[in-house]
Each structure stands twice: as C-alpha cells, then as structure tokens.
Design a protein around this ligand. Structure first.
Ligand code: ZN
Length: 105
C-alpha cells in the first residue's frame, strides 16, 4: 500500500496535479492524462481491465472542478466534463508514476 501523499495541488497554470509523496518526491500528473486514467466502471471494464473511455472524447483542456478526499486511501475528482465517479487511490497514483506522461521534480 502506498502511503498517503503529504500534498496534492491542482495547478491550473500548468494543467497538472502536483502530488508530493512522503519521501519528498513530487509527481506531476497532467489533468487530461489523469482524466483518461479514470478507473471507474464507466471508463474501464471491471472484469477485463479494458479501457472503455475513448480519450478523443475528453476535452484537451479538461480540469478538476473539485477534489475530495475519500477516507485516507484515495481522492475523488470532479472533472469539468461532468465526470465524477472516479476514485484515484494512492496505490494507483503511485503506480501511474511509471507512465512517461507523468513527470517528476
Ligand atoms: Zn470514470
């Protein structure tokens, strides 16, 4: 289990979520990338893991309109395209750092 981030910031100027992990490492997730990685049942087939969401249907300038913590294991993001059912667990965010879309600083 990934430990909870010590900081999460939605940075509009760069269009990214900047997530600080307990070891001090900051992972930078582009909004559109994270929106397309939504793990909810409407975006991913829960049995096969296959993506249902077509990234072409997601606006390039998609951005969060609200972020809520869910317990101490995940965050729930409300997106500007009206989608709000995705729960991004710390484990998932941690794994997504492997993606070439995710920068670090
Ligand atoms: Zn979704």
């Amino acid at each position: 289990m990934a430990e909870a981030p010590t900081g999460i910031r939605a940075v509009r100027a760069t269009g990214t979520f900047d997530v600080t992990w307990p070891d001090g490492h900051v992972a930078v997730y582009p909004f559109k990338y994270l929106r397309c990685e939504c793990p909810c049942a409407a975006c991913v087939n829960e049995f096969t893991g296959e993506r249902i969401l077509d990234p072409a249907t997601v606006p390039e300038d998609v951005a969060p309109t609200a972020v809520e913590m869910s317990g101490n294991y995940a965050m729930k993001v409300m997106w500007s395209d009206g989608h709000y059912t995705g729960l991004y667990t710390w484990d998932r965010l941690y794994q997504l750092q492997q993606s070439p879309e995710v920068m670090s600083r």
